[in-house]
Design a protein around this ligand. Structure first.
Ligand code: BG6
Ligand code: MG
Length: 212
């Protein structure tokens, strides 16, 4: 087999938490009277919480202190976590679940490479706590995607060379991170617009075809 491991982004790949990020940021943007839409939201994919807020603030004409920025990002995270608290195992689609099980059966190592500090909580909510061989997330990195750090750390935790790992991403920034880390990548959803991924997936289970 071409790869020994697959490193998955979480939000927007394993589960649809991207819609909750949008909802929570929308509440903050509305509060501050900032224009915010799906197109701007797509630019937040893969980037850290504070970097996301800085992107949203590009449309803000007022003045905001660093302390207020911290308070607003915390408020966003509280709204987001409230939405996450209602998630359960049914929020993991059969397609994703069956594909992960089949990949494991074929002997691949499976890891998470996500910028989110809520990774472990989300995995617990959808019934995947303890499932992955390694988790690299927002808690163990200093630079978020498009920096390759989160994926390189995942490969390191798996004790594998980056070239032996394939990345699955829905963020354009995630595809760039994979390229910088010299890793092959499979794009899904919004990442298809990057046109730079090694593979373009129409659906998640196509991973089973490309890894052959
Ligand atoms: C990424 C999302 O997975 O995690 C980004 O695509 C988000 O939109 C980032 O900003 C950080 O998430 P969290 O959960 O730590 O606020
Ligand atoms: Mg994502």
């Amino acid at each position: 087999m071409k790869y020994e491991a697959i490193i998955f982004d979480l939000d927007g790949v394993i589960c649809n938490t991207d819609k909750y990020h949008f909802e929570a940021w929308k509440a903050i943007a509305d509060k501050l009277g900032i224009y915010f839409d799906e197109k701007i939201n797509n630019r937040l994919r893969g980037v850290s919480r504070m970097e996301s807020f800085n992107i949203i603030l590009e449309k803000y004409s007022g003045v905001i202190s660093e302390k207020e920025k911290i308070d607003y990002t915390e408020e966003k995270n509280n709204i987001y976590k409230e939405l996450l608290s209602k998630m359960c195992e049914r929020d993991l689609s059969d397609e994703v679940k069956e594909t992960l099980i089949e990949l494991r059966k074929r002997g691949l190592k499976l890891a998470i490479g996500s910028s989110s500090k809520n990774t472990k909580y989300i995995l617990k909510q959808i019934g995947l706590e303890g499932f992955f061989d390694a988790i690299s997330d927002g808690n163990n990195i200093t630079n978020s995607k498009p920096d390759p750090e989160v994926f390189l750390k995942a490969a390191e935790y798996l004790k594998l060379q980056p070239e032996k790992c394939m990345i699955v991403e829905d963020a354009v920034a995630g595809i760039e991170a994979a390229i910088k880390g010299k890793m092959d990548s499979a794009a899904i959803g919004d990442a298809l617009f990057s046109n730079k991924a090694t593979y373009n997936l129409k659906s998640f289970n196509e991973i089973l075809i490309i890894i052959k």
